[in-house]
Design a protein around this ligand. Sequence first.
Ligand code: 4FN
Length: 232
Amino acid sequence: MSAWTAHVLTLFPEMFPGSLGHSLAGKALEQGLWALETVDIREFAGDKHRTVDDTPFGGGPGMVMRPDVVDEALAVVDGGDAPVIYLTPRGEPLGQQLVQNLAMGSGVVLLCGRYEGIDQRVIDLRTPREVSIGDFVLSGGEPAALALIDACVRLLPSVLGSERSLEEESFADGLLEYPHYTRPAEWRGQAVPEVLLSGHHERIRAWRTEQAEQLTKERRPDLWSRRAGKND
Ligand code: 4FN
């Protein structure tokens, strides 16, 4: 029984673990609670100049990643039953539901694009799941892979801090977080809401739920309406 593993195919393996090394995920990686295996796509270039990209047929700007090189890189990965995921703006939006499902599996095989993207034929042949982290332009799929891994790893049973259960996280419940406060109790003329200093745990819980629900209704009506069966 081996650890949850993220296989990452990339032209920039030095970007990993990157920012993950500075979070809960980094400590867990050192502890062997999950594993990271990068595959440098450039190693699968066939020529002496290690060419991985070429000009697009039909013309136009930029370069395209060659299908033969990407396919050879995919061929060496033994992800077992881990899904192959191409991080692409065309993909289904990454959400906490998909994150939970991926975290429950044996790991992920993540394919990161660069330039204008990857030749469509290797995508058609390999039919990876296509996933997007949002509607903005990136220089490469790597930041998306880092985000997906971070989101999954923190859900692994052995990684999640026991002091912070999943249940008490508002977002896991489909809500935005209530506002947080710490010392000092008054700062630049702004007091902390009185209820939080009251010691009435039931009133505090009710206030926080109300705040989380109000914020979600106002700022993310999409999240609020998708919150099945729990809305007024
Ligand atoms: N991006 C858009 C439209 C057209 C192109 C892009 C874009 C990196 C290889 C893909 C971006 C965003 C979320 C991967 C964006 C993601 C990427 C992601 C990504 C280089 C080609 C590219 C309409 C979304 C603004 C560059 C919209 N999640 N192309 O960013 O890989 O996973």
